[in-house]
Ligand binder design. Structure first.
Ligand code: NIG
Ligand code: FE
Length: 402
């Protein structure tokens, strides 16, 4: 689509979060959207289109519903190989934690990722980004974390940098503290020190301006709260804002730490405490819930989304796309589980996948369709947007403008 001025018309309607409020959604039937230079200049009822736009070229919306494109604020986009064999072993009853303890899990993907070239990683990333875009996702957060040695993490950064250069809209997070690599087996403390003192500064030096965030997998048997704190503080000193894999498989106080550090987000949170919810709300940390992970791990412990909203949190939803706990590039499944398992209303789940997801990444011009927003719009071929959730297995394909 040309970036010049055009009016998107013949829309059944539009649905957008109101960026001035926490959970309010505007629904406008028979809507039109005026766009100029890739931004939304006006939106409202077609019959109210300002006269200044009446002679502008139009774009046919095909009778679709216009929604802001989804923002996915937690993915592990780049990795090589897959873990379908491990997946079947889990179906045979072997727990995820046991597979990891036996040297599988994340470490299996690390072996495959270390063997991949930058070009191979870029090709994998581009294919996945294209799939996501074709399903309505117009911006993502993407982590390193399957290299777990300096040069392999650096190759992942190189690949992300190339994807950005090719115009993909993404924010990069450094996650060398995703697991303890075999070279440091039994020496988590030594690995934490190397990550914070050597690798983070070196990765930022080699790839200036590529990463915006730093993340740590704080979990029983992985990194402790104290190791997480130190790594994330080191990241902050390099200008990287914290995001945290927190309280995923057990309570460790990750949510509380996110508030203490002024993190952008605390993610997973199936075992978040009430105190954690309160402090995240007070510190404006975005809880990011990942329901496809709970599903794929076969867990019953859905994150306490309703309690978080009641505590005043503006929560977001994400895919956690990765080869182990969430091999899933389907934003509609995230939306549907948000409603059906996390007990969010459709309006809340949509806001969590657009406005609040974008805000957790500092993008006030994404996740809504108000003037000034980037014209990143998904046109859904439905009679009513609620159908996206209601027809549970339907693979709707949007037309995406971005
Ligand atoms: O977010 N929790 C840690 N990392 C991923 C799982 C990664 C993997 O299994 O490869 C997650 O669930
Ligand atoms: Fe994750």
């Amino acid at each position: 689509m040309k970036k010049s001025a055009t009016v998107l018309t013949n829309l059944k309607g539009l649905l957008t979060p109101d960026p001035q409020s926490l959970w309010k959604i505007d629904r406008i039937d028979d809507a039109a959207i005026a766009m100029s230079e890739g931004r939304i200049a006006w939106m409202g009822r077609r019959t109210d289109l300002p006269a200044a736009w009446s002679d502008s070229p139009t774009t046919d919306g095909g009778g679709a519903w216009a929604l802001p494109g989804f923002v996915d604020p937690h993915t592990h986009l780049l990795f090589a190989g897959d873990r379908s064999g491990e997946f079947n072993r889990r179906l045979h009853g072997i727990p995820y934690t046991q597979l990891a303890a036996e040297g599988g899990g994340i470490r299996e993907t690390v072996r495959a990722t270390r063997a991949a070239t930058v070009q191979e990683l870029v090709a994998l990333g581009e294919e996945r980004l294209q799939t996501l875009r074709s399903r309505g996702v117009i911006h993502i957060e993407a982590k390193t974390g399957y290299g777990l040695e300096l040069d392999a993490e650096s190759r992942l950064m190189h690949a992300y940098s190339e994807l950005k250069r090719r115009g993909w809209s993404l924010d990069v997070t450094l996650l060398p503290a995703h697991d303890i690599p075999v070279e440091f087996a039994g020496n988590t403390e030594g690995y934490s020190r190397v990550v914070k003192d050597v690798w983070l500064p070196e990765l930022v030096r080699r790839h200036p301006g590529v990463a915006r965030y730093c993340d740590v997998f704080i979990e029983t048997g992985v990194f402790t709260i104290e190791q997480g704190r130190q790594i994330l503080e080191a990241g902050k000193n390099l200008g990287l804002q914290p995001r945290i894999h927190a309280d995923e498989l057990s309570w460790t106080g990750g949510a509380e730490l996110s508030a203490e550090l002024g993190a952008a987000s605390a993610d997973h949170l199936m075992f978040c405490s009430e105190q954690g919810m309160k402090v995240m709300a007070a510190s404006r940390v975005t809880p990011i819930l990942l329901p496809t992970t709970t599903l794929c791990l076969g867990m019953r412990d859905w994150a306490p989304a309703r309690a978080m909203i009641e505590a005043g949190c503006r929560l977001a939803l994400a895919s956690d796309f990765n080869p182990g706990s969430s091999p899933c590039l389907d934003p509609l499944l995230v939306l549907r589980l948000g409603c059906l398992q996390l007990r969010l209303t459709f309006e809340e789940a949509l806001t969590a996948m657009t406005l609040h997801a974008a805000r957790s990444l500092g993008h006030s011009d994404l996740g809504h369709l108000y003037p000034g927003a980037r014209a990143a719009i998904a046109l859904w071929p439905v009679q009513d947007p609620l159908e996206l959730v209601y027809w549970v297995g339907e693979a709707y394909v949007p037309y995406v403008i971005c």
